[in-house]
Design a binder for this molecule. Structure first.
Ligand code: CDP
Ligand code: MG
Length: 709
């Protein structure tokens, strides 16, 4: 009760009636009513995400189906749903709910459903016409996440198809696309030049300063963490009251920065050191994706009187979450991004400079309610030389394997000519087709196989899913389900900062590796999972062994959900059954081989390995691996790659040449062009001609638009 009252106060203090969107309520509702597609744009913080779904709800749009609102980020989906349920006055999961991967907080009663774009994509697989929805809002389209981009293409097609009859819908689905940037002409053109509703916003000037502490050569994270802390503390003591928002890259950097800030803030003497005498303290709050939900909520609450709030966040606070009261921005200039790395042929989380337009968006967060200041820790030279003008959309820089499989399962055979808002390079599509073929998810003609249809049901990477399905067909899913769950949650091993504790933790972790009985990182994960679950007090067990209890608890939950999916498929589908004669350890490793054979490497010189997928990259086993100091290895498979000055492979398992021998030719056997050519044949000549005519018209329109400028 207490907690609820506190939250309601917060809601009151930032009354939703004062948001820029509130004056446009009737017009917005009308626009949705009369248009099958609508683009809505307005500054971040104008109230699009929290208010528009409520307007539609109160206008009766929820009567014929749910109002679904997609978010690229799970934190946004959860926190926004919390907020909106408070505003409406229901408990979360009733009229207002959310669904993110492995966490469904919605019910039969849910009318406004916030969810990640990935979840909606899964729902489309089960219900291609989205019959449960009356409106779908694709929110934060400016973030250009891979899944949102795919949804844009799908909804464009699905909704354009004739309604009624076999469609299973009583009223046509409404599609609203919301974006914070002004690049809305492109979105509107994409949906047949649909109307654009602009919410006029009021912003205050933000002064921008380059502190010049980071130059074009500084990419080491320890450098920018230190500088960010220095600038934040300087401004805490030298600037007038107002909250600070610091942009950093990821969880570990954020935690490090918070620790450092905390230490330094302790030493501030508020009688002498601060310029504004009303400032009497600093409240430091981290904000990143995998943070526990109750902590996330704190971010939005106003700080106690006299205390300055300092939120240290990832990019999430730039685009999809608005924190009230921010007057100062400290921008590190970096972001952690998933990029396809052609050196190793895999997607890798990398720290890269943000684009200039993202830097402007970050600065803008300080000017929502009054004039603000933005401190950029980098130099003007860094801005000019290292920062691109615009961010490259995810669809053009990451692996498309999972979404291409989804498209194929939705009978979109011609994945090359799918209506992409921004077309990915053809070689990325071909690489995805090739990987799907290697996993037996599609056949030589580019058609989805029985196995592919099973694979698409799992919210996991294709390789891991393949291994899991192999295990399931051999009746040993108990080996792979925990592993898949453990690899789906954040890192479970605690690495304390303090040296003494670090040694303690390392000893415990080594002990766990030894107890698992084999030099196989997957087996270590399985061992930790099983031991912890079998212990009398799992949380105490985790504390004793330096394991993140929160991560393990979610792994238990994920394992149950994966098991349920598997059980359902075994009951409903014609599930393959195989037999195997051999030890448990061999069985385990053979299943892993089936999934990960594209990630196979062979010993090269010294302790280096060479990958066999055609890239022939030289890789090293990461020090965190149980195999780090092993000399007797010849062939290994691995789960992922970390690129620093070296290319490290993590979560490694030794295998035998005989096990991969028959699989390896598959890596080179098929020409990706062959797969895609077959895909092209699926389209009739007539359709191709129509498509080409449309493309030409579009290009001509673009050219004449440019001419008229
Ligand atoms: O979507 P858009 O960026 O246009 O705005 P919004 O996310 O709907 O935010 C509107 C207001 O609600 C802002 O002032 C946010 O700070 C506030 N809000 C909040 O206090 N708590 C949340 N969990 C979400 C939004
Ligand atoms: Mg929003």
């Amino acid at each position: 009760m207490d907690k609820r009252n506190k939250s309601l106060n917060t809601v009151d203090s930032w009354a939703s009636e004062n948001l820029p969107i509130s004056q446009h309520k009737e017009k917005l509702v009308h626009a949705v009513r009369v248009n099958p597609f609508l683009v809505v744009t307005g500054e971040t913080g104008s109230g699009k995400t929290t208010q528009l779904p409520q307007y539609l709800y109160h206008a009766g749009f929820g009567k014929d189906g749910k109002i679904g609102v997609t978010q690229p980020r799970r934190v946004a989906a959860i926190t926004v749903a919390q907020r909106v349920s408070q505003e409406i006055g229901c408990s979360l999961g009733r009229e207002v709910g959310y669904q993110v991967r492995f966490d469904d907080c919605s019910s039969e009663d849910t009318v406004i459903k916030y969810m990640t774009d990935g979840c909606l994509l899964r729902e489309i697989l089960a219900d291609p016409r989205l019959t449960r929805y009356s409106v779908v809002v694709l929110d934060e389209a400016h973030e250009r996440s891979l899944n949102t981009d795919i949804l844009l293409g799908l909804l464009k097609r699905k909704v354009l198809q004739p309604q009624g009859g076999s469609s299973g819908r009583s009223t046509p689905l409404k599609v609203v696309v919301m974006s914070a940037t002004l690049d809305t002409d492109k979105l509107s053109a994409f949906f047949g030049h649909c109307p654009v509703f602009t919410i006029p916003g009021r912003t205050f000037p933000v002064s921008e300063r380059f502190c010049g502490l980071i130059g074009p050569k500084d990419t080491d994270s320890t450098v920018y963490v230190k500088e960010v802390v220095k600038v934040a503390l300087d401004l805490h003591t030298s600037e007038m009251a107002g909250d600070i928002l610091v942009f950093l890259t990821g969880q570990s950097e954020i935690e490090k920065a918070c620790d450092m800030l905390y230490e330094k803030a302790e030493a501030v003497d508020y009688r002498y050191d601060v310029r504004d005498s009303s400032v009497e303290g600093l409240l430091i709050l981290p904000l990143y994706g995998s943070m526990p939900t109750d902590q996330q909520r704190q971010i939005f609450e106003p700080p106690p009187k006299g205390v300055r709030k300092c939120v240290v966040a990832t990019n999430i606070a730039a685009m999809s979450l608005t924190i009230n009261g921010i007057r100062y921005i400290v921008d590190s200039g970096f972001v952690k991004q998933l990029n396809h790395n052609s050196r190793v042929g895999m997607d890798i989380l990398e720290v890269v400079p943000i684009s200039k337009s993202e830097a402007q968006q970050r600065a803008g967060r300080a000017g929502r309610t009054s004039a603000g200041k933005c401190f950029r820790i980098y130099s003007k030279e860094f801005w000019e030389k290292c920062m691109p003008e615009y961010m490259v959309p995810e669809i053009q820089r990451t692996s498309l394997t999972a979404v291409i499989l989804t498209l194929k399962c939705l009978s979109v055979h011609d994945v090359i000519r799918f209506p992409y808002l921004d077309r990915p390079e053809e070689r990325f599509i071909l690489a995805a087709l090739k990987q799907l073929y290697q996993c037996d998810a599609i056949d030589r003609r580019g058609h989805v196989t029985r196995l592919g249809r099973l694979m698409v049901e799992f919210p996991l990477a294709p390789g891991l899913t393949r291994a899991l399905l192999k295990a399931a067909s051999l009746g040993c899913e108990d080996l792979l389900l925990p592993v898949a769950a453990m690899l789906s949650v954040e890192n479970i091993f605690i690495r304390p900062g303090q040296q003494e504790k670090q040694q303690d933790a390392e000893t415990e972790h080594r002990q766990l590796i030894e107890e698992s009985g084999s030099c196989n990182d997957f087996a270590v994960l399985l061992g930790v999972f099983e031991k912890c679950r079998a212990s009398d007090s799992p949380s105490a067990w985790c504390r004793d062994h330096w394991i993140h209890w929160r991560a393990l608890k979610s792994a238990f939950n994920v394992e149950t959900q994966l098991r349920e999916i598997l059980l359902r498929l075994k009951q409903q589908r014609d599930f393959p059954v195989e037999t195997f004669d051999g030890s448990r350890s061999e069985l385990f490793r053979r299943c892993l081989c089936t999934g990960y054979f594209a990630n196979v490497a062979r010993r090269s010189v010294g302790r280096t390995f060479c990958t066999m997928d055609g890239h022939g990259s030289v890789v090293h086993i990461h020090p965190s691996s149980a195999l780090f100091e092993q000399d007797q290895l010849d062939w290994i498979i691995f789960h992922d790659v970390l690129v620093t000055s070296r290319v490290y492979i993590r979560t490694v398992c030794p295998v035998r040449y005989e096990w991969v021998k028959d699989l390896l030719p598959k890596l080179h056997e098929v020409d990706a062009y062959e797969l895609s050519n077959v895909a092209r044949e699926e389209v009739t000549d007539e359709e191709v001609a129509k498509w080409e005519a449309k493309e030409t018209a579009k290009r001509q329109a673009e050219v004449s638009a440019e001419d008229s400028l």
